[in-house]
Design a protein around this ligand. Sequence first.
Ligand SMILES: [Mn+2]
Length: 374
Amino acid sequence: MKTIASMGIHYLQGLNAANVPKELIEKGQNRVIEASLTLIRERAKLKGELLRALGSVVASSSLLGVPLGHNSSFLQGPAFAPPRIREAIWCGSTNSSTEGGHELNDPRVLTDVGDVPVQELRDCGVDDDRLMSIISESVKLVMDEPPLRPLVLGGDHSISFPVVRAVSEKLGGPVDVLHLDAHPDIYHCFEGNKYSHASSFARIMEGGFARRLLQVGIRSITKEGREQGKRFGVEQYEMRTFSKDRDFLENLQLGEGVKGVYISVDVDCLDPAFAPGVSHIEPGGLSFRDVLNIIQNLKGDVVAADVVEFNPQRDTVDGMTAMVAAKLDPLENFDCNDPRYNPLLRSAAAKTPSNHHCTPACKLRVSNFTSFMP
Ligand SMILES: [Mn+2]
């Protein structure tokens, strides 16, 4: 006897098998897909128009939720994360100022374009090939509206593949990826699922979407994880040597000669003492301040980022891990005045014949993108 859950998700697939014309179902699914993309497109457009009307904003972060958990190999809770992270961002127990002094309730700092309706699409029988394309398309819709830059809230780690693919395709070349995680997530295929949350970085490297991939916080890695790392030239920094690697990792300089930097933060990069609300508890991880040191000191033009694998179903009753996810601050201290790290400035300088330099206001606003998590 079928469970209610499987009957729900596979309802239309069942109809299909029962000789309902395939075209009828596909047409309906296409309408639902278009409706889903329309809401994201129009919200991104409105926010982009607003910021362009305000003027002088070079880069601003825009939340895009991807509540997808079914590619997890253990628990599916990350599908419930985006609303919990938003709730923590705006929680009255804290304020809206970042450590770097940026105000999150200023739309020039942070906007929101909503969620990809993953569960609704799956309910209509949309398969993972198309779902991954819809996620990529949603990211591109945000990037279509400068100065918005996507800050994607997962979801399990499988979503990083379609997101990084979209960023690379949109910018026209690979990016450097800083990946903070207890796990390398680079299995060729995990339990028969090429879209598994444990395989996303194999897909990213195969696709040529990343030039350098730096994996930091690693402490649960198998023989295949190491072999795949070697195969793709991944720079894997394991926790057992973190005290030796710390100086290097806290002074990273990435993205030169490529289209920018992408940061992917799996919340389980943190020690479970700091972030218990994850599906895979792996002791011996980074402290919250270690993570901030790495991402706040990073020099590079960060074009997009994700925060994934927060599992509210395993969080403390007071939502401690939700607050940790909300307070991750990957791009604080990004120096927009240095054109070596900022392609936007490079192109502005090329177009401006004399003495173009960033004004203090511009600096503030660019570094605002750095405050994309409160
Ligand atoms: Mn992980």
